[in-house]
Design a protein around this ligand. Sequence first.
Ligand code: TYM
Length: 353
Amino acid sequence: MYTMNPTKPVILTGVRANNDIHIGNYFGAILPIVDMAKRRSTDFDINLFIPDLHSFTTPIDHSKLYDSILNNARIYTAAGLPLDNAAIHLYRQSRVPAHSELAWILDCFTGFGEMSRMTQFKDKSDKLHGDQISVGLFNYPVLMAADILLYNATYVPVGDDQTQHLEFTRDIAERMNRKFGELFTVPKPVAEQHQFFGKDQGLRIKDLANPTKKMSKSDDTGKGVIFLGDNPRVAHKKIMSATTDSLGKVQYDRENQPGISNLLEILTLVRQDAGRDVTLEQTISEFTGMERYGDFKRIVADETAEFLTNFQARLAAVDEPAIEAKLQSSEQAMNLVANQTLHRVQKAVGLRR
Ligand code: TYM
């Protein structure tokens, strides 16, 4: 029988399954996650899961869901995730039913007011109306807490937008531990996590049309967002029409020139992806002072289009049967681990002897 090595701590994270993963998710989350998994898998169990039950907290086209879940696994693979590493677990949330069951139990110990304060719920529900605002969207942080607590994860690398959910996970774990004894491992405080993972976590690719806002899947027009599946020519156009400023000189100044600064960051990232050993500082010094924004944008657009062409070729070449096999074996293993925690909780709340 498989069990996770109890002496090995767990790092766990997930990126929601949507067909429209963008370069913000890729460079801000997926790539750092893959790097982290490769570096840390000797000392940690690495749980990379696909939060597919989280995919329809807001309305989606369900005929595309199944494929976009697999696409998520393909993207990790194209980003260099080693599928043959036994310490890395890649699994679908919906294939481990304990997630939903623990979420229900935790729901009953979560305050309505507590959930109402979640800023992501407020932001997302503001964009929806009436019955589109689902109870699932409202209590989704509880499912996220279950995702984490089932595996005794200590580290959970996520972007700033998920910090509040992580704080909630710690709160509910501590609350349950106070009431029922040591049930859960409480994940490390957010500040400690930032220290552990370094600065990568704070990285935020901005929207091209509105560069003070982060690039986001829920952007209404898609004009400011470059999706990994975008036709490279379309992406080229999006960059050529990116919002800049009227200062007329390339400078890295997040405050006063957010559009130009964002493009400098994107250019550095696509160059790094192409295997070039460049830092943001080097890109900045290469372009600082350039006066023709059109020329600068063309360079960023060309190299981003090239990145997409290469990435899409890598994606088309992934080993599908190896991905299927990895999902199956991880899911089998994770059901055993998750059920151990679930049974402990069921006993504590009086559902089992
Ligand atoms: P999701 O799918 O919205 O985002 C996945 C990760 O990507 C980060 N991110 C970004 N990073 C840089 N630049 C951007 N423009 C950008 N946009 C998004 C997010 O911070 C996140 O780290 N609730 C989670 C998924 C989840 C989860 C979990 C994560 C469910 N259960 C348990 C960790 C542990 C979410 O919706 O992330």
